[in-house]
Design a protein around this ligand. Structure first.
Ligand code: PNS
Length: 163
């Protein structure tokens, strides 16, 4: 079985993430969306919430599983018997960081291969950080995130402004 892992913080899962998940699921037999348990980072959502939101968004895709991981990605990959890391690339500005990540993972686990999928142009500006910032200042975010994420974000202390 050709199983790939799509890792990330997914804080929160955006329509751009969903697009990569959907397209990735057509390429690989199984796609594991792997949510990082980033204790040190200040996340808006807990890992359970981030996992739940990704799971809800991808519920219609039968060959997608949503799991969480901590520690090294390559250890998780070995545990899940996957050699392929899937990452979305929005712009050239993503590349340097992604290149480092891929090289580091290759160094740690030579059997891994990183596959980059170019983001659909309509999501090229979209990032979790941007969504949180727009939300924080009261901007409309419904077109950036799946409905379940939108609902959960609205349940958070809503800042002033229109949503
Ligand atoms: O969505 P993000 O925050 O850009 O995803 C980054 C992620 C989760 C892919 C990366 O931070 C990661 O793999 N972290 C786990 C720790 C690890 O394996 N580090 C070694 C590679 S530098």
């Amino acid at each position: 079985m050709n199983r790939a892992v799509y890792p990330g913080s997914f804080d929160p899962f955006t329509n751009g993430h969903l697009d990569i998940t959907q397209r990735g699921a057509t390429i690989f037999d199984e796609l594991i969306v792997a949510v990082l348990i980033n204790e040190s980072k200040t996340s808006m959502f807990s890992v359970e919430e981030r996992q739940m939101m990704a799971r809800e968004a991808a519920v219609h895709i039968p060959n997608v599983r949503v799991l969480s991981f901590d520690g090294l990605l390559v250890d998780f990959m070995r545990k899940e018997r996957s050699r392929v890391i899937l990452r979305g690339l929005r712009a050239l500005s993503d590349f340097e960081y992604e290149f480092q990540l891929a090289q580091m993972n290759k160094q740690l686990a030579p059997e891994t291969e990183t596959f980059f999928m170019v983001t659909d142009a309509k999501y090229s500006y979209l990032s979790s950080r941007g969504v949180k910032e727009v939300f924080q200042f009261g901007g409309a975010i419904h077109e950036f995130v799946p409905p379940g994420v939108f609902r959960r974000m609205r349940e958070r202390v809503p800042p002033r402004g229109v949503r």
